[in-house]
Design a protein around this ligand. Structure first.
Ligand code: GLU
Length: 376
C-alpha cells in the first residue's frame, strides 16, 4: 500500500474517532440531563394535589375521544351503557388515592376478569398445568378469534384472550366454584359490593355463539375436558361481575406490590403469580392493540368490553379506569387516551423517556396516515 493510501486511511480513522468522541460527549451531556427526572420518579405521585390536577387535564383531553368510540352491542345489555361516562382511580403505594369522574359507577368486568382467572389458576392448579393448556405469546388476533387456534395451533396463544381464558376455566372448574371466585374477587379488589350482574350474564349467555364455538373447539382438541356448557357459564359469570374503577385500582395496587396489600401486609397471591400476570398484561392485555399500547403507554393493562381498564404501574400504583365507548380493538377509547396522557405526565411508563413528547405523537400520526394512504 502506498504512503498516500496509508495517509488517507489514517485520516479516515481520525475522522471516525473524532465523530465517536463527539457522540460520547453528546451522550454524556444527555445522561446528566436525564439524571434529575429519573431520581425524581416518585415525586409526582406523592404530590397528590399536583397529580390530581394532571389527571383532571388528561380527563378533559380523553373526553374528546369519546365520540370516536362505540359501546359494545354484541352483548345487547352492554349496548344500554351511556358512552359518555369516564372515571379513574389511581391508588399509589405511597400517597393518597385519587378518584375522579365516574370512578364509583358499577360496570361489568368482562375480560379484566381473565387476569383473576389466571391468578387463581396459577395459585390453585400450578404453573405447569396452566401453561400445558395455554401459551404465553401475543396472538395478534381479535379477542374472540378462533381461526389460529383451529388452523395452526394445538393450544390457545395466551390466557388473556377468550380461547385461553376458556381453557383456564376448564382447569378451574373442578377446583373452585363461582362463589369461591366471587369471594376472592371481593377480597382482592377490597370491594364487598361486587355482585354478579344477572342481566348482563343472561344477555351474554343468549348471544355467545362465538364463545360456544371456541369452547367446543377446545373440547375437540382435548384442551378442556369439563362440560362445555358449565365451562361457558363459569366464564360468562366471571365476565359479568360488577366492579368499579376504584375496585380495579385496589386490585392493581396489590399486583404492583407483588401480591401484597401495602396497608395490612396480607398476601393475596405469590409474587411469581403477580409477575406472570403483569408480564402477560403488558404483552397481551390489549388484544391486537397490545404492541402499540405498550409503546405509547408502557403500563401493563388489561381491558374489558364493559369499558374497564386495569393498569399496574409496578411498585408505584394501581389504576382503574372506566369508559364504555370502545375503539376498533374493543378497548376503552377515552380510557386509553387518559392512560397515555398520565403515563407521560406522571412518568409511569415502564421505559420512561423524558424526551418522549407530543411532537413524537404528531410524527407518528403522519406515519399512520402515510401507511393508510399506502405512501409507505
Ligand atoms: N365476555 C366478553 C366475551 O367473551 C368479554 C370480552 C372482552 O371483554 O374483551 O366476549
Amino acid at each position: 500500500m502506498s504512503d498516500s493510501n496509508n495517509k488517507d486511511l489514517r485520516e479516515v480513522h481520525q475522522d471516525i474517532n473524532d465523530k465517536a468522541e463527539g457522540i460520547h460527549d453528546k451522550l454524556k451531556e444527555r445522561a446528566t440531563m436525564h439524571l434529575e427526572p429519573v431520581i425524581d420518579m416518585h415525586y409526582q405521585l406523592r404530590e397528590t394535589a399536583k397529580a390530581k390536577e394532571i389527571i383532571e387535564k388528561a380527563m378533559n383531553l380523553a373526553r374528546e375521544e369519546i365520540p370516536k368510540g362505540h359501546v359494545a352491542t354484541y352483548i345487547p345489555e352492554l349496548g344500554k351503557e351511556d358512552p359518555h361516562q369516564l372515571g379513574i382511580c389511581l391508588y399509589p403505594l405511597k400517597g393518597d388515592k385519587i378518584c375522579l369522574g365516574d370512578y364509583n359507577t358499577r360496570f361489568t368486568m368482562q375480560s379484566v376478569s381473565k387476569v383473576l382467572m389466571l391468578i387463581v389458576a396459577l395459585e390453585v392448579c400450578g404453573l405447569k398445568n396452566v401453561f400445558r393448556k395455554v401459551g404465553m405469546e401475543p396472538s395478534g388476533e381479535a379477542f374472540d378469534s378462533l381461526v389460529e387456534l383451529d388452523v395452526s395451533n394445538s393450544k390457545p396463544y395466551n390466557p388473556l384472550i377468550n380461547s385461553g381464558a376458556l381453557a383456564v376455566c376448564g382447569l378451574l372448574l373442578p377446583e373452585v366454584s363461582f362463589q369461591d371466585m366471587l369471594r376472592y374477587t371481593r377480597n382482592v379488589c377490597s370491594d364487598a359490593g361486587i355482585e354478579l350482574n344477572e342481566d348482563v350474564f343472561d344477555s351474554e349467555m343468549k348471544t355467545c355463539s362465538r364463545n360456544r364455538s371456541i369452547a367446543y373447539l377446545l373440547q375437540s382438541k382435548g384442551i378442556i375436558t369439563t362440560d362445555v356448557e358449565d365451562t361457558l357459564r363459569f366464564y360468562t359469570k366471571m365476565c359479568s361481575m360488577n366492579v368499579t374503577a376504584e375496585s380495579l385500582a385496589n386490585l392493581g395496587k396489590k399486583l404492583a406490590n407483588d401480591g401484597v396489600c401495602s396497608l395490612d401486609g396480607k398476601r393475596y397471591m405469590s409474587s411469581r403469580t403477580a409477575r406472570i400476570a403483569k408480564t402477560l398484561m403488558l404483552t397481551c392485555g390489549m388484544y391486537d392493540g397490545s404492541g402499540a399500547f405498550a409503546i405509547k403507554v408502557g403500563i401493563p393493562t388489561k381491558s374489558g368490553v364493559g369499558g374497564g381498564l386495569l393498569s399496574v404501574s409496578d411498585k408505584r400504583a394501581g389504576i382503574g379506569v372506566f369508559g364504555p365507548a370502545l375503539d376498533a380493538q374493543g378497548n376503552s377509547i377515552a380510557g386509553c387516551k387518559l392512560l397515555r396522557e398520565i403515563s407521560n405526565e406522571l412518568r409511569l411508563n415502564l421505559f420512561y423517556d423524558p424526551e418522549w413528547n407530543s411532537d413524537q405523537d404528531a410524527e407518528e400520526n403522519v406515519l399512520t396516515a402515510m401507511k393508510a394512504a399506502s405512501v409507505m
